[in-house]
Design a protein around this ligand. Structure first.
Ligand SMILES: CNc1nc2c(CC[C@H]3O[C@@H](OC)[C@H](OC)[C@@H]3O)c3nc(N)[nH]c(=O)c3cc2[nH]1
Length: 374
């Protein structure tokens, strides 16, 4: 497989590990640090591809497990892969399903060969080997594929972490060897539980195999924030400096700022879209719970500093009215705003790193907030 890294380091903060880079894929080049909206089932909920482009989304996520179960990767292949099927012509990263299979608990049986599980939809017996997970992602046409891993739950004892991390490393090698020569990128996933030494060992094993980028998995699985930060601080800069670093499933706006501070390049999280549908909106001053009665006659936009479509055209009173009546437009307008907030936050961090003023940016980011996000 290609040994030249598709990631280019463009700049680094002189005061911390924050870095600015770009990642070249078959569907275009991504400026990092970057937030990736989650589109598990081949759609970022309530958003059209045009909405996504307007809010600045560079790359979105799909999920192997869910798409493999329904509608199936062969159908999607026939429709031009996920890009053709969902009318998205920019990069797509697909997660391997390791996390979903781990979430199935007793519905999944993990062996050396792979993961046997029952469909959460109709109970059908299914199986995904590391090779199968790569072939499904090749059929989906993902620009960035993820190795099939076993995500370690929190808490997990050291022996359990050692076993699952070793299996993940053996599966990673099989994934790398199963790849066809399509030009699609493959990232390895670092496990190791909450044991920094196991994580550093896992990094060495994955770098030995050689991947196009490296993800920190097994975090944001219910551990205290301080523990996630401890793991980040102990491992992020043990990842190869000339490869992209992806922190899976993270996080709140604060998590993104702290992740960039620790040298992370890529993030994904359902929070902006899921919270939008629950009426929890992100603003530069902190969160707005739109159903609160205090907004009933509030003529102001969600965020006076925001330039998104929702903030340019609608009052908090109207957004509250839509949400209280469970109007479909509420989910669309709220999702547009929250994703615009996340993508604009990332663009501001890219600029701050470029101008070597990231710590100033980080101080100002916290000063602005009247209350921390959940
Ligand atoms: C939230 N915290 C968190 N997410 C995580 C995900 C993505 C979940 C995946 O599920 C779907 O969202 C619900 C997304 O699929 C597109 C996402 O990629 C992980 N994926 C893998 N393969 N391995 C991990 O160790 C892992 C850890 C996570 N921690």
């Amino acid at each position: 497989m290609s040994t030249v890294s598709p990631f280019t380091l463009l700049g680094r903060s002189s005061e911390c590990k924050a870095r600015r880079g770009q990642l070249t894929t078959l569907h275009g080049t991504i400026q990092t640090p970057v937030f990736m909206p989650v589109g598990t089932l081949g759609t970022v909920k309530a958003m059209t591809p045009e909405n996504l482009k307007e809010i600045g989304a560079q790359i979105i996520l799909g999920n192997t497990y869910h798409l493999y179960i329904r509608p199936g990767h062969e159908l999607i292949r026939r429709f031009g892969g996920l890009h053709g099927f969902m009318h998205w012509d920019r990069p797509i990263l697909t997660d391997s399903g390791g996390f979903q299979i781990f979430s199935l608990k007793e519905l999944a049986k993990i062996t050396e060969d792979g993961a046997a599980f029952r469909s959460h939809i109709d109970g059908a017996k299914l199986f995904l080997s590391p090779e199968g997970a790569v072939h499904v992602q090749e059929a989906l046409g993902a620009d960035i594929m993820m190795a099939l891993d076993t995500c370690i739950p929190y808490p997990a004892d050291r022996d359990q972490a050692i076993k699952a991390t070793a299996l993940t490393a053996r599966w990673a090698k099989r994934c790398r060897e199963a790849q066809s020569d399509t030009g699609q990128l493959l990232f390895g996933i670092v496990q190791g539980g909450m044991y920094a030494d196991l994580r550093r060992e896992a990094i060495e094993q994955l770098v030995e195999i050689g991947f196009d980028g490296y993800a920190l998995g097994g975090l944001s699985v219910g551990e205290p924030k301080a523990l996630m930060e401890e793991m980040l601080d102990a491992t992020a800069d043990h990842l190869p400096v000339d490869h992209a670093r992806y922190l899976m499933g993270v996080g709140t706006p604060e998590d993104l700022v702290e992740g960039v501070y620790h040298g992370i390049d890529m993030f994904d999280c359902v929070m902006p879209t899921r919270n939008a549908r629950n009426g929890m909106l992100f603003t530069s001053q902190g969160r707005v719970v739109i159903k609160n009665a205090c907004f009933q006659q509030d003529p102001r936009p969600l965020d006076e500093t925001c330039g998104c479509y929702t903030c340019r055209h609608y009052s908090r009173a109207y957004l509250r009215h839509l949400f209280q009546n469970r109007e479909i437009l509420a989910y669309q307008l709220n999702s547009i705003h929250n994703l615009h907030y996340y993508c604009t936050l990332m663009a501001a961090m890219r600029e701050a790193i470029q101008e070597d003023r990231f710590l100033d940016f980080r101080r100002h980011f916290y000063q602005q907030r009247t209350e921390p996000f959940a």
